[in-house]
Design a protein around this ligand. Structure first.
Ligand code: THG
Length: 605
């Protein structure tokens, strides 16, 4: 049989129509569901009424669907628990795949193969609102997916996502299954954008794409449910213009209207055909199907669209970005640099440290918000404080910042478990700050594995077994070594690595640090030359440690200026305190320049 991912290149793929609203037309009674307590549990029909489930599949296969979805939307323990049958998750999931597979096989021919997509719904819990923890949710998805895999599903369809953390959790489960089974299935992830134009949690489509795009286990990305095609147009257009992966679109038959207490869907098969012709032929959607309210007539029309058009070649532009739960921030901006707020750091701000000790999380969130007002594009978060439980503090902070802060976060910790805790609570695409080769690759390997599992970008410090790099050669050679390891061993992309050539205090009087500023800046230039896709970053304020406050702001600003000139992409700063060069008097500028480039003139004066 043809491979699904090959097939998608030659044909617009047609999924089936609505499961729930079609089952409703069969007028099932409580006995069909296995009793009053289980009424409405569609997934349980796989056990009590397998013939009804097969009838549903055959109905859509006859209409021309290339792919049918298993009757397993809510077959996780999380959802089944509401019917007190949580422990039937594996069995029902497996059965749903077996039934769908039997039907697909009956219809499958060489000319028109039919596939089974395991339906993985969002469950009934929103992890970003703290309804459930990441590990518990992942375990639940794992059991459902294992059933679908063992029952013969050809594809995993992680669909109707309302909170991107649900999708991340399902992806963690899928990665575990593919590792254990030594076999990967194609994965589709599909989010639901409500009528207000964002996902239920407030996520814009650009943020959803940015968060999911780095996952290489995802093969197809798209949208389903909530609205009809008309309301989806702008977001589908965005995906088609920006997604490197094939695009999936399964609208409802319009927005449901309440008719006599029942949901009523108005979009006709003709209207569906008209919209999907636009989406496939003009925008370049690759996979179509119907969600709530769509019946065999809708699917027949989609089949005819698929017969008339071959997949459109899309031109897209994509450069990796960062995201919060809500929106995106690019990893490079014009003019540079991306400003990363430094103040939510227990070691870098007395105020933040005191708030942490008081556990005044609202005030900590406010410090984050203040930095946004001052111009920060991203926030560095560091809660390391001797005598406190860093992982616990990170959890408390990330939980709140995830929903309360609109810009992406960077997690600043040397502890693997602290980074992991943060990633499991954060819905966006973050930066991990940082890795180094102080212990060889040992610790870096653990953090890079986390970066891959959660799609995060990573700051790489020029530190190896011999310690921090001071010379230009050493700064660059460590960066190259980390790049080779991250790319070749872990499958990271060069563009997701952010090199930090280290900022040392310039005004300390320490003889061995005299040329460190210059080396740091020259190393940036060199790294940008040999790794053009990689990004660079500096913790600018380190350069002025120990000096008086007014001078610090001047030196920080001048140091930043020269680093940008050398190609710096991002900097960790107090954004409100950075001055443009023209606001610094000539003499101040010159003294700072001499200090940075170690010209020693000031000694002769
Ligand atoms: N590279 C990377 N990450 C980093 C650094 C780096 N993270 C931490 C640090 N260096 C960057 N962050 C800061 C934050 C604050 C200050 C310096 C660097 C700072 N704070 C004042 C002080 O300590 O005197 C403010 C005091 C206050 O407000 O209480 O200077 O290099 N990857």
């Amino acid at each position: 049989m043809k491979n699904f991912l090959e097939y998608i290149k030659e044909k617009i793929i047609v999924f089936d129509g609505a499961t729930g609203s079609t089952l409703q037309t069969y007028n099932l009674n409580p006995d069909d569901f296995g009793g009053k307590d289980l009424e409405g549990c569609n997934e349980y029909l796989c056990k009590t009424k397998p013939d009804v489930v097969k009838r549903l599949h055959s109905y859509f296969l006859e209409a021309g669907a290339d792919v049918i979805e298993t009757n397993s939307f809510g077959s996780t323990s999380i959802v089944l628990n509401e019917y007190n049958i949580a422990n039937m998750d594996y069995e029902l999931s497996r059965k749903s795949a077996e039934l769908a597979k039997q039907c697909a096989m009956e219809f499958s021919t060489n000319a028109k193969p039919r596939f089974v997509a395991g339906s993985i719904g969002p469950t009934t819990k929103l992890p970003s609102l703290g309804h459930i923890g990441y590990d518990e949710m992942t375990e639940s998805f794992y059991r459902q997916m294992m059933g679908l895999f063992d029952g013969g599903a050809d594809i995993f369809c992680i669909e109707t996502c309302q909170d991107i953390l649900q999708t991340k959790s399902a992806l963690s489960a899928a990665m575990r299954i593919f590792r254990e089974k030594r076999k990967k299935l194609p994965v589709i992830t599909s989010v639901t954008v409500e009528t207000m134009g964002t996902m239920l949690m407030g996520t814009e489509i650009s943020a959803a794409l940015t968060t999911l795009e780095p996952y290489d286990i995802i093969d197809v990305i798209g949208m389903n449910c909530a609205t009809g095609p008309k309301e989806m147009e702008e977001n589908i257009r965005y995906l088609c213009q920006n997604s490197p992966k094939p695009v999936f679109c399964m609208p409802n038959a319009g927005i449901p209207e309440n008719v006599g207490g029942k949901a009523h869907y108005q979009l006709t098969p003709e209207e569906m055909e008209k919209w999907m012709t636009l989406f496939t032929h003009e925008l370049g959607v690759n996979v179509v199907g119907g969600c709530c309210g769509t019946n065999a007539e809708h699917i027949k029309r989609l089949s005819s669209v698929s017969e008339r058009f071959t997949p459109k070649e899309r031109k897209f532009e994509y450069s990796p970005s960062l995201s919060s739960l809500y929106s995106i921030a690019p990893m490079t901006i014009e003019p540079p640099p991306v400003l990363i707020g430094e103040r939510c750091n227990a070691n870098g701000s007395k105020q933040f440290k005191e708030l942490l000790v008081k556990e005044d999380y609202d005030a900590m969130v406010n410090m984050g918000k203040e930095q946004i007002k001052e111009g920060a594009h991203v926030l560095d978060i560091c809660v390391a404080y001797v005598g406190r439980d860093e992982a616990r503090d990170m959890a408390e902070v990330v939980k709140r910042f995830n929903t309360a802060v609109s810009i992406p976060l960077m997690f600043d910790s040397t502890e693997v478990n602290v980074i992991e805790t943060a990633l499991k609570l954060y819905a966006g695409r973050s930066i991990i700050n940082s890795i180094n080769f102080e212990e060889g690759t040992k610790k870096a390997d653990k953090i890079l594995a986390l970066a891959k599992e959660f799609g995060a970008a990573v700051v790489c410090l020029s530190i190896d077994e011999e310690g921090q790099a001071y010379s230009l050669e050493k700064k660059v050679s460590i960066a190259k070594r980390i790049r080779d390891h991250a790319v070749n061993v872990h499958g990271m992309r060069e563009e997701d690595l952010i090199f930090d050539t280290l900022t040392f205090p310039l005004g300390s009087g320490q003889e061995d640090l005299r040329n460190s500023g210059m080396n740091t800046i020259n190393a940036i230039r060199e790294i940008k030359k040999i790794m053009p896709k990689a990004k660079t970053i500096l913790g600018i304020s380190n350069c002025s440690f120990g000096l008086n406050l007014k001078i610090r702001h001047v030196l920080n600003s001048v140091f930043l200026h020269y680093a940008i000139e050398a190609g710096l992409d991002m900097c960790i700063v107090h954004a409100g305190k950075i001055m443009p060069l023209y606001k610094i008097d000539g003499r101040g500028r010159e003294i700072c320049r001499e200090l940075i480039f170690d010209e020693r003139k000031f000694q002769e004066l």
